[in-house]
Design a protein around this ligand. Structure first.
Ligand code: SAH
Length: 215
């Protein structure tokens, strides 16, 4: 994502009632943030938030947490949420590497990754949100029957992601497609900002859904 410094964005994030500041304090207690025991779905790298806000609006019985490391994009989501006031949606500005300090074992039912940064250099592979290092973090927070759903137009990153899941003894691939918009999985698909842009350009969108093997 190209970044602009948005003046005042850090302050706006700090002041917003929709951002969680001391996020590690809620580990194991996210139900208290929402005031109910609904399932918890998170999106890592939510950018300006179109995807997660559409889902939160459509599914009032699911709790959503959007995670984004850059305030300059997160601030756009907060502005929208200030208008929409969705009670089932909060944001955290954080680096996803620390995700297991924020959610407890089995606390998260679904993780969405949309158009994650490709980190094309081999030496940066562990920073990719679908690397085995990240899959291990997801194992620490995901319910046994929980899913990770990943979309990208980047075929190299997608192939890498399939390989990482297949190489792991913990994960299995439930389904995948190299062209989401021509596949059965397009039903109910919610577009992200990046997806809209790439579909307009004619790029095929890849999607995979993975989960943990039963042990
Ligand atoms: N999901 C949005 C944005 C995609 S760009 C969409 O599909 O339109 C990828 C986003 O992920 C960027 O905003 C980037 O800042 C964020 N991101 C990448 N790595 C991250 C990490 N390790 N922790 C938190 N956010 C991350």
């Amino acid at each position: 994502m190209r970044l602009r410094n948005v003046p005042g964005s850090r302050e706006l994030i700090a002041d917003s009632r929709f951002t969680i500041k001391n996020e590690t304090e809620y580990r194991g207690k996210w139900n208290t943030v929402f005031g109910n025991d609904h399932p918890l779905h998170i999106e890592i790298g939510m950018g300006k938030g179109q995807f997660i806000m559409t889902l939160a609006e459509k599914n009032p019985d699911i709790n959503y947490v959007g995670i984004e490391k850059y305030s300059s994009v997160l601030v756009r989501a907060i502005e929208k949420q200030e208008e929409m006031n969705l009670p089932n949606l909060f944001f955290i500005r954080m680096e996803a590497e620390n995700i297991a300090e924020v959610f407890d074992q089995g606390e998260v039912e679904r993780i969405y990754l949309n158009f994650s940064d490709p980190w094309p250099k081999d030496r940066h592979a562990k920073r990719r949100l679908t690397s085995m290092q990240f899959l291990e973090r997801y194992e620490q927070i995901l319910k046994k029957e929980g899913h990770v759903i990943f979309k990208t137009d980047n075929r190299e990153l997608f192939d890498f992601s399939l390989e990482q899941a297949m190489a792991s003894s913990h994960w299995k691939i439930f389904n995948h497609t190299f062209d989401l918009h021509q596949s059965e999985y397009v039903e109910g698909n919610v577009m992200t900002e990046y997806e809209t842009k790439f579909v307009e350009k004619g790029n095929a969108i890849c999607r995979m859904e993975i989960g943990q093997k039963e042990t």
